[in-house]
Design a protein around this ligand. Structure first.
Ligand code: F6R
Length: 256
């Protein structure tokens, strides 16, 4: 894993936006995996600032969606992705995909989502956040590293974290449809972003802890091209933070 420690959310946004645009420029990024939540917003804002028309040709796949929340609800991930990603980046809405958590046939919708990713040629770069529980996507602790898109039950911790988006905590749905850890690991490149002290324990467990289903983010240790981009606060529990800074400062010229 490459761990990059930057000063703040704005630097993180600029850095990851640069990685995405370089991939679009050199033709290696045609399918972008997008996350919802607060962590990736600085990335979308940085991309919006750069006003890049070439993004209009890419496809995007979201990680997850609540089950049982109408898409007209402002906090459904259909609505969030439309607002924060499709409109900001001026993507073609026909090429932006979100799991169908409102389907009458949820198991089939999970299979269809996997098939849509496959038909698009797979995800070239997946943006990720990480939850306090260590989840990536909505793969909560004990998720199988081989899992594919499926229905999961959110932990009380995740529901409490996401209550900030709803009027009352009990409005946070209990179930979600999420890409599995196996789906995420199949992306050609993954970039996880995290900011703030409240993410420090989960980041340290994912990067330096044991490979364990109790911290689904640790599955990224199995990925051949995983980059973790964090601010100083989210890096606070990393034992090797000085080494990560040293590696970044001395990276070979072709990686600059
Ligand atoms: C979002 C997602 C989640 C979030 C995580 C962190 O699509 O899959 O894994 O990335 O819950 O959320 P924030 O960024 O709001 O702290």
């Amino acid at each position: 894993m490459q761990v990059i420690i930057l000063k703040n959310a704005e630097e993180i946004g600029d850095y990851v936006a640069g990685v995405i645009l370089a991939g679009v420029d050199d033709g290696s990024l045609k399918v972008l995996g997008v996350a919802t939540g607060s962590s990736p917003l600085p990335v979308y804002e940085a991309l919006e600032r750069r006003r890049t028309p070439e993004l209009s040709s890419i496809s995007a796949f979201a990680l997850d969606e609540y089950v049982g929340l109408p898409y007209s609800h402002a906090e459904s991930y259909h609505a969030v992705i439309d607002r924060e990603v499709t409109k900001r980046l001026r993507l073609d809405p026909a090429r932006v995909h979100v799991p169908d958590g409102a389907s009458d046939d949820l198991p089939q919708a999970c299979l269809d989502y996997e098939e849509a990713i496959r038909q698009a040629g797979g995800v070239d770069l997946q943006i990720l956040g990480i939850g306090g529980s260590g989840h990536i996507g909505f793969n909560e602790p004990t998720s199988s590293f081989a899992s594919r898109t499926r229905i999961k039950t959110l932990t009380p911790e995740t529901r409490a974290d996401n209550a900030r988006f709803f009027d009352t905590p009990d409005q946070v749905p209990l179930h979600c449809m999420t890409q599995g850890l196996g789906t995420i690991l199949a992306a050609r490149r993954v970039v996880l972003v995290a900011q703030g002290r409240q993410k420090a324990a989960a980041v340290a467990a994912a990067v330096e802890g044991p490979l364990t289903a109790m911290c689904p983010g640790s599955a990224l240790q199995l990925h051949p091209d995983a980059t973790i981009v964090v601010d100083e606060q989210a890096a606070a529990d990393l034992r090797l933070s000085d080494y990560y800074r040293f590696v970044f400062d001395n990276r070979p010229a072709f990686q600059r």
